[in-house]
Design a protein around this ligand. Sequence first.
Ligand SMILES: [Zn+2]
Length: 88
Amino acid sequence: MAPLKAPLLELVGTLRDPAVDEPTLTEVHATGTDYWSASAPLAVAAFPYNRCEVWRCSRCRRGFLQYTEFGGYYVDHRLREIDPDLIV
Ligand SMILES: [Zn+2]
């Protein structure tokens, strides 16, 4: 997936704590959810949300979280729309 960028998407900020070098890789889940679940909790202090940038659509104001994974041979941009009901 291509990275998000201006002008349609505005960078709002990051969920990464600048005081933490290596944010936890522990995930937080509800019953039956995994990394890819659309209904997984948005646990902002847990992986991968603790490494996400926050973006906003300048047109419809919806918010998105982007997690950029750096593999050995690739950079992968993972995207999730923010559902306020799922934030924990
Ligand atoms: Zn939009």
